[in-house]
Write a protein of this length. Structure first.
Length: 656
């Protein structure tokens, strides 16, 4: 037996090896945990236990004494997953687990950049943009770069370091026009002392690549990377530089690659073993799902051609579960039926935390959420910045930021332009030109304009709006105490109900306005889904990645959304790739269902879709209707329903 396998530690008076407790030496999980190869790839489908194997491997590395906890880096997709890894290792009584580097790549990147003063050297301010704050930025960019949609896509390519495809080397714009766009975008961000959160990884890659002697390139002797298929090329390359001096284990599944919008592609995990001459492992059994859902998911994903040829294996003891497929006349009928079914389940004793509602657009998920909330059902929405879904809530949040810091340039820019269809872009462009020449901040410039000591043609509308902003901030400064501030800041709580709920939840822990904002900011901008909850969770299919639940509702399963409709003129290979990704996304949703027959919960899946919805809502949510009749969008069932195989029940109409 190898020295590694003989390694033991003294625990509680007996000789134990926590890393392999309960592991069958012939199991794949044991082989993954025990392997001492420098490069390992693990392919694991949904619910296959890859996280379990990953935790045991980390436990073995820490226990055998060859590495310190600080030399092991476990990269996870979410903060919650990192916290879960740490908690599991502590429960296994692994030595020094509290010092383990279980991190998301973004948090690690920011730490390295700040530690080495990279952002300061580049003249950048690590003030991230909220999603809604992109709107005035898009208007301020030169329209020569295309429509706002096209400019948004260019921003996505920029934060992927221009490596849109797996074979493209990151860091280089393909054309002079792209470089000019990057220069203008960066100029706006520098001028407004802000960053796009996606810039962090390209800056990390640039720092590591240009500094081969950087201590970070030898800091970690073992790196484990979860959900590798969700990394784009620049993220992969940054991790490769961090792990070049040690061992690397990647875990992933090309069938769950669903982030092409950030230029992550399934080829990354598919090709990794060959590129790195790695030891390969595969975990095929789905330990999570009922057998019916495993069969449906296998049938669905089998329609994809660009994938590794494999199938999930069923676990017979999980049972067949329950699946229903229902069509409704309208989106409102669908929301009412789903909410009614959930209310009935809870009345029958199902814990709210055992229920997930998945909808790829908030247009389908949010009405369910509101009905549940109105019925008194504990529920929480995890759509990005859902508390800021209305412009009224966005304005309140921007006012709060500016109240705390009048030199918050992004907030002032947003407030100056809101309620105007072009965000006062021409007038603000003149203000920006003066800022560049004078070195004044936006607040200083607008203050001079308002006082009359500075004159810039055609800015009267901006000055009028600025005076309104100053008047409100002066009023807020008169509030005595935190509760008085909240009352003045949110004079009409019903108009911003979700924001008000978030404020109420954060108020208990806050002693002053600054603490309230800090708690509110985290709650709104990073609503990661905890592993254990007490509410019904409502979220997108993307957000459900890594979760499981005994009751899953997938709503809004219509053609033109899942799958989406390609833009006219899109090349056929891109159309095919997007169709396959949408199929993978639906596959991810199906496989969230967890069977717990021993607890009397066999696993329940409801797939629902409407025949009609308001045309304006469909347009706003980018749902491509089959046709439009007056103000009504006519919808059709997703083609994916016909690909679920013979074990899927026939669709029906009526209640769930």
């Amino acid at each position: 037996m190898s020295a590694m396998l003989c390694a033991t530690s003294r625990w509680g008076g007996g000789w134990l090896m926590p890393w392999n407790d309960g592991l069958d030496p012939g199991s794949t999980a044991y082989q993954i945990a025990a392997s001492q190869e420098l490069r390992i790839r693990v392919l694991a489908g949904p619910g296959a236990g890859k996280s379990f194997a990953m935790k045991r491997r980390v436990a073995r590395l820490l226990e055998d004494g060859s590495l310190s906890a600080g030399q092991v880096l476990a990269v996870t997709f979410t903060r919650v997953a990192a916290e879960d890894l740490h908690r599991e290792l502590v429960s296994l009584e692994v030595p020094n687990a509290e010092d383990l580097n279980g991190r998301t790549l973004h948090s690690l990147a920011m730490e390295i950049l700040m530690r080495n003063h990279v952002m300061e050297t580049l003249g950048r301010t690590p003030r991230p943009l909220n999603g809604f704050e992109l709107n005035p930025l898009l208007e301020d960019l030169n329209p020569a770069y295309g429509t706002k949609h096209e400019r948004r896509k260019l921003i996505g390519a920029y934060v992927a370091a221009w490596s849109r495809l797996q074979h493209e080397v990151p860091g280089y714009a393909a054309t002079a026009a792209e470089q000019a766009f990057a220069d203008e975008l960066t100029d706006w961000l520098v001028l407004h002392q802000a960053m796009h959160i996606g810039e962090v990884i390209p800056h990390l890659y640039q720092y590591l690549r240009d500094n081969p002697g950087a201590p970070e390139r030898g800091e970690f002797r073992h790196i484990l990377i979860d959900e590798y298929q969700d990394l784009n090329r620049v993220e992969q390359e940054a991790l490769a530089l961090l792990g070049e001096a040690g061992a690397v284990c990647v875990i992933g599944d090309d069938d769950q690659s669903i982030y092409s919008f950030k230029h992550a592609h399934p080829a990354g995990v598919r090709e990794w073993a060959q590129v790195h001459n790695a030891e390969d492992h595969e975990i095929g059994e789905c330990r999570r799902c009922p057998t019916t859902i495993v069969q449906m998911a296998n049938s669905l994903i089998g329609f994809n051609q660009d994938r590794l040829p494999r199938q999930m294996a069923e676990r017979p003891e999980n049972g067949v579960g329950q699946v229903v497929i229902r069509q409704f006349q309208t989106a409102d009928d669908e929301a009412a039926a789903v909410a009614a079914k959930i209310a009935q389940l809870i009345e029958d004793g199902v814990a709210p935390g055992d229920i997930i509602v998945l909808a790829q657009r908030a247009a389908f998920g949010t009405p369910v959420f509101h009905r549940l909330r109105d019925a008194g059902v504990p529920c929480k929405s995890y759509y990005e910045e859902s508390a800021l879904e209305t412009e009224a809530a966005q304005e309140r949040f921007a006012v709060f930021k500016l109240f705390l810091d009048q030199e918050d340039r992004v907030s002032l820019r947003w407030l100056l332009g809101c309620n105007h269809n072009r965000w006062h872009a021409p007038a603000y462009g003149r203000v920006m030109a003066h800022m560049r020449q004078s070195g004044l901040s936006p607040w200083e410039t607008m203050t001079q304009l308002a006082s009359g000591t500075l004159s810039i043609p055609h800015t009267a509308s901006l000055v009028a709006r600025f005076n309104e902003i100053v008047h409100e901030l002066d009023g807020l400064s008169q509030a005595e105490g935190l509760d008085a501030f909240i009352a003045a800041w949110l004079p009409d709580p019903e108009a911003v109900s979700l924001l008000h709920e978030a404020v109420t939840a954060c108020r208990e822990e806050a002693e002053d306005v600054g603490q309230l904002f800090d708690g509110l900011y985290d709650a709104i901008t990073a609503p990661e889904v905890p592993l254990e909850v007490a509410e019904v969770r409502v979220m997108s299919l993307h957000k459900s990645k890594g979760l499981s639940s005994r009751y899953v509702f997938i709503v809004g399963c219509v053609e033109g959304l899942i799958p989406s409709r390609p833009e006219a003129g899109t090349p056929q290979d891109i159309v095919r790739a997007k169709l396959e990704e949408d199929r993978r996304l639906f596959y991810v949703g199906l496989t969230r269902v967890k069977a717990s027959p021993e607890a009397g919960r066999p696993g329940y899946l409801a797939i629902t879709y409407p025949m009609r919805m308001p045309a304006a809502e469909a347009f706003r949510s980018q749902i491509a209707a089959v046709s439009t009749q007056g103000n009504v969008a006519v919808l059709r069932a997703s083609r994916f329903l016909a690909q679920l195989g013979p074990t899927a029940p026939a669709p029906a109409v009526g209640e769930l």
